[in-house]
Structure formats: C-alpha cells, structure tokens
Ligand binder design. Sequence first.
Ligand code: NAP
Length: 309
Amino acid sequence: MEKVVIIGTGCAGLTAAIYTARANLAPLVLAGPMPGGLLTTTSIVENYPGFPEGVDGYDLMTRMQKQAERFGARVKFGSLEGVDLSSKPFRLNVDGENIEAQSVIIASGAGHRHIGLDSEQKLETRGVTYCATCDGALPMFRSQPLVVVGGGDSACEEAHYLTRFGSTVYLIHRRDQLRASKIMADRVLSNPKIKPVWDSVVTDILDPKINKVTAVRLRNLKTGAESELPCAGVFIAIGHIPNTQVFRGQITMDEDGYVQSTHGSQTNVEGVFVAGDCHDRVYRQAITAAGEGCAAAIDCERYLAGLHV
Ligand code: NAP
C-alpha cells in the first residue's frame, strides 16, 4: 500500500512530491494526460522567483520532477480512471490497475476552456489550438493572419508570442478592457502587430468543410454587427476548467468543479488534501500552486504521523 499518492505533476503536485519525498514518504506521483501540467505549454515564465532572466516552463517542470525523484518520489504515467475515497485505504484505478493509498493529494490542475462551437471541435489540430507555444511555429501559421480569443494574461501571452510567426495577430475580446495584468496588457497594446477587436465574440470558425481554418465569424456584442475575419489559425485562451470530474460525488466541490478545502489543504474527506489549480480559482500562479503543494504535503505528513505511519 502507498503512504501517499499525489495526483498531478504540475507545480502543485511536484512540490508536494518534493516535500513528501523529503519526509521519507516515497510518494507515488501520477502524471495524467498532460505531464508537467499547463506550465509546460508556456514559453518563458517571467514571474517565478529565482529566475531573473525567466525560465522555460517545460524546463522548470523537468527540474521539479528531477528534484522530487532525487528524494525518492516515483512518477507513474497513466490515466486515473476511478477513485473510491469512501473508505480506507483509498482506492485508485490507474489504467485498470488498482492502487491503495493511506492518503491522497489531489493536484490534478485544470484544462483549457473551450468556446463550445461545433466548428471549434471539428477544426481542433487543424488550425484551432489552445497552445501557441506548442503550435505557433507550425508552417500553416507562418506569415498568416492569426486570431487569439480572450483578454487575460494567457491570451496576451499567446498574442505576443504569435507575433513571431503571424503577419497580424487579432486579439478578440468580449469586453473593451483586458483582464490581463498591466505589464502584459501594455506589452500587447503597444505591439503594432497585434490588433485588438473589442466587444466581440467568435460565433463560428470556417471552414470545417475543407478541414482548415480560413476565417472566424464575429459578433459585436454592443452593436450586434456580424463580420468575417480571414485567418489561418485560432488560438483560444479563455480560461480553464478544473480537472476534477473523476472525484465528482466523492469530494466536496463548488458548482464549477473546484475542490473545496475545509481546514488548510484538507478536503471534507480526512486524509485527502488538495493543492493548485484544481482548487484555486483566484490566484492560479505557478508560485501559488507550488506553495499550495508544499502546504498539502505538510498537512499530509502530519496526518500520516498521527496514524503512526
Ligand atoms: P483568465 O484570467 O480567467 O482570463 C480568461 C479570459 O477569457 C477573460 O478575459 C475572459 O473574459 C475571457 N473569456 C472567458 N470565457 C469566455 C468565453 N466563453 N468567450 C469569450 N471569452 C471568454 O484566464 P487566463 O488568461 O488563462 O489566466 C489564468 C490565470 O493564470 C490568471 O490568474 C493569470 O494571471 C495567470 N497567468 C499568468 C501569466 C503570467 O503571469 N505570465 C500567464 C498566463 C496566465 P472577461 O475578461 O470578460 O471575463
């Protein structure tokens, strides 16, 4: 039986792994469909303390994993297909394998929010993407007009990054003010290659019939005017949804699926702790996720000590 299973290998999960490993708990760390978490899809992380020149998101996560492994954490790749937290030991089904655990740290992060259009789904990987860092350099986007949807830090970061490849980057936002931090907003608004399109939403993406992106249909929310904007790529950055479906009905969550904690990182189930983006809908930074991972590890360690493990 495992003393602690950590679900997730983003900043929160790997920090929890470093701490629990150093407490000699030999954590089993489950890497789901996106090992390293969302940060691996970012280019340069400029606000993680200790890296005055910035650090590549993928590099940062690789280093965190190495650090955890150095102290005895074991990273296992696989999908968490089911959990039973109703009795102890807790049971987790990973790709059909049954794993028993005395404690669990949920750090399963969040996935990209979708607009919800039929055409968006049909054209995913055919010009519609949720990650500029992953896909921006593809030949189909070179020297072409590109569209970024969203008004937060992610959208601004994507738009800025895409100016390396696209001819013009249109930033489509549903309001007339960016949600992004001032430094990111200023960077975007002063870039001549980025053209904001305010008060507008994407109502359709063309053209699923030929399996490639040729344009977006827009509606101006203030005037109701409809228009078409030719482009070769649509980069969607409209926020995230917590990866917590598998815990539904087992653990207390809010209406959007964010796991709720009661005392520190403790959830409503004794022995189950939570950290990072699957729980935090306010701060959602790499450093706050790491901090929460640390707190969850300490709470978990104290819980196990109480059981005389
Ligand atoms: P976010 O801050 O939640 O912003 C989401 C944006 O998408 C908002 O502008 C929102 O519009 C818009 N939006 C949401 N649903 C929409 C829909 N259905 N249709 C059209 N637009 C929609 O998400 P984020 O930008 O991914 O950032 C998440 C967190 O990560 C934030 O705390 C951010 O600071 C952080 N982050 C930091 C960095 C950095 O510091 N380098 C980089 C990336 C992310 P409204 O504004 O109208 O709500």
